[in-house]
Design a binder for this molecule. Structure first.
Ligand SMILES: Nc1ncnc2c1ncn2[C@@H]1O[C@H](COP(=O)(O)OS(=O)(=O)O)[C@@H](OP(=O)(O)O)[C@H]1O
Length: 349
């Protein structure tokens, strides 16, 4: 589709209403929720949401009502297979990228990087590697995943502790991508302001920052999300591969090799000599994906435009937004929560 025909999609504007029992709630928040889920949500601790009126503390992490319903369904119905691959992240830490890279590695025999038919040229990575909570189990669906070809690739933002039990007990593999909290915060803040309903004013940076430092962000606290997968990757390195966005940016080729080895499909010497690893890195690069028509105009997740998934794709952009006192505050949180874990970040480009 030529750029000029790319239509602007309208935002869904929620209706806010006064409910005597629970205060101001967005009607949109409760649409399509089962009575059981509504009851549960009303019993959970809540805080101001970044995009929706409230965000709720469910199984120790913060999320929105629709996500909670989908996650409960995922926990009830999903059955992992040993050959499955699960791509896990907290939002805005490299999800789209790791989905593209893993899809390209796993399907490199079917689709060469030079193929005009490569699915990454016409589909957003979120369509090729579906989320449990936004796609497969969203909107009261219980999908039949039994006929999907092996290996099945799935994505999730759900913390390790809340993954469906068979994911933890089977031999399926998990890849976790972690991004430094400074850039993840800035990326989340920009994104939320792009997708917030037009009826709401922009979300002030300071307000978002204070919530983030308290752990109140989708699927957060961020430190608990990271620690859950970090701990598992140190105890079971054959089960969980822990990768860092900044390191992947610095040396994508080495990380592609690491990924392929972990997935049990190492690159051969011939593939390396042919330049295949570099070609995959290029195909999945921010610069390449961002300019594809599907990523400029499409929508992969209901109500969210793909173009907002591609902003700067850089390390260290936070320096343009955070004041010295904010840097001090977030550094303290990171030190306090992650200091003993051995998990460290490279925060500058
Ligand atoms: N291919 C590729 N390479 C490197 N970086 C990339 C890529 N694709 C997306 N991005 C950047 O990742 C940020 C979006 O994060 P996620 O993909 O995790 O978003 S989401 O959770 O799936 O909504 C967002 O980061 P910021 O630019 O800092 O906002 C994107 O620009």
């Amino acid at each position: 589709m030529p750029l000029s025909t790319c239509t602007t999609t309208s935002m869904v504007i929620p209706h806010f209403t006064k409910n005597p029992k629970i205060g101001v709630v967005g009607k949109e928040e409760e649409e399509n929720l089962s009575n059981e889920c509504k009851g549960l949500i009303h019993s959970l601790p809540k805080e101001k949401g970044w995009r929706t009126p409230f965000i709720y503390l469910f199984q120790g992490f913060w999320c929105q009502p629709k996500e909670i319903q989908a996650i409960i369904s995922f926990q009830k119905h999903f059955q992992a297979r040993d050959s499955d691959v699960i791509l896990a992240t907290i939002p805005k830490s490299g999800t789209t990228w790791i989905k593209a890279l893993t899809f390209a590695i796993m399907n490199r025999k079917r689709f060469t990087t030079s193929s005009k038919n490569h699915p990454l040229l016409t589909s957003n990575p979120h369509d090729l590697v579906p989320f449990f909570e936004y796609k497969l189990y969203a909107n009261n669906q219980i999908p039949d995943l039994s006929n999907l070809p092996k290996p099945r690739l799935f994505g999730t933002h759900v913390p390790f502790a809340s993954l469906q039990e068979s994911i933890k007990s089977s031999s399926c593999r998990i890849i976790y991508v972690c991004r430094n909290p400074f850039d993840t915060f800035i990326s989340s803040w920009h994104y939320i302001n792009k997708v917030r309903p037009e009826s709401l004013p922009p979300f002030p940076l300071e307000e978002a920052f204070n919530l983030y430092c308290k752990g109140v962000v989708g699927f957060g606290p961020f430190w608990e999300h990271m620690l859950g997968y970090w701990k598992e990757s140190t105890e079971r390195p054959e089960k969980v591969l822990f990768m860092k966005y900044e390191d992947m940016k610095e040396d994508t080729v080495s990380h592609l090799k690491m990924l392929a080895n972990f997935l049990g499909v190492p690159f051969s010497i011939e593939e390396e000599e042919e330049g295949m690893i570099k070609d995959i890195a290029k195909l999945c690069s921010f610069e390449n994906l961002k300019d594809l028509e599907v990523n400029k105009c499409g929508k992969s997740i209901k109500n969210f435009e793909n173009k907002h998934l591609f902003r700067k794709g850089a390390v260290g952009d936070w320096v343009n937004y955070l004041s010295p006192s904010m840097v001090e505050q977030l550094s303290k949180v990171i030190e306090e929560k992650l200091g003993d874990s051995g998990l460290k970040f490279n925060v500058f480009s």
